[in-house]
Design a protein around this ligand. Sequence first.
Ligand code: SF4
Length: 246
Amino acid sequence: MTREDLLHLATTFRDAAADDLEQAQQLSDIHWATFRAQERLDSLEAQLFAGLEVKVDCRAGCSACCHLAKIDARAHEIFALAAWITEHFSEEARVALVARAKAHAEAVAGLSLAEHLRTVRACPMLQDAKCSVHPGRPSVCRIGHSTDVNICERAFENPNDLKARGGHNPDVKASMTAAADGSTFAFIEAGMDRTTYDLSSALYEALSDPEALNRWIGGEQAFSDSAKAKQEGLGLDVASNPLPSE
Ligand code: SF4
C-alpha cells in the first residue's frame, strides 16, 4: 500500500460519511451515518482479505484481543453503540453492562498510558467469550484481525511485552485504519467532538449520564476528562491530520 493509496482510501471514506451526514436531520440519522461507515469498513475488510489472500485465524470463542483494556473510540461511535444497546438489550442486561462498564472506568481511571497498555481486563461487552454488541461495535474492533492466534495468545500471556509482534496483516491494518480515520474525519468536520475516548469508560457515561448526549449534540466534549484515551507520546492523531481536499 502506498501513501497515495491510503490517502485515497481515507478521502473516499470521508466523502461517503460526509454525504450521509449532510442528509442527517435527527439523532437517529447521525447514528445511521455511523453504522453506514462501519458497514463500509466491513465491506472493505472482506475485499482486502479476498484480494490479498489473507488467511484469517480468528475463531469464535477466542477473545484474547477483547482483554486488551485499552480500546479507544470516538464519541459518535460510542453514542451509536449506546443507542444500539438500549434498543437490543433487556433492561436487566443493560443494567448489568452499566455496572461492568463502571467497574472498568474506575479500574483504569488512574492508570498511566504504560500501565493501561499492560492491563489485561475483559471488555465489559464480552459475554461468554463473545462480543455481546457485535453489530454495534466501534471501528477499532472491526480493524482487529489475526493471521495467527498463537501470536494473540502470547500477547495475552505476556502483557508487559509492548513490543511483541502483532498477528495482523500490515496492509489490511493500514488500509482499515486509513478508512476508519477518513470516516471519523467527516464527523469532526461536521463539528462533532474530536476527542478520543477509552471505549468502556465513555460508554459508561453515555449509558448513565443523559447530559453527555446533550453536550455532544451541542458540539462540546461529551465525556469527562477521566474517560479520555491516554495518548501521550503515541504520535499523530487523526484530528491533527486533515485530509487533503479533492
Ligand atoms: S466491544 Fe466487542 S469486539 Fe470490541 S473489545 Fe469489546 S467485546 Fe471485543
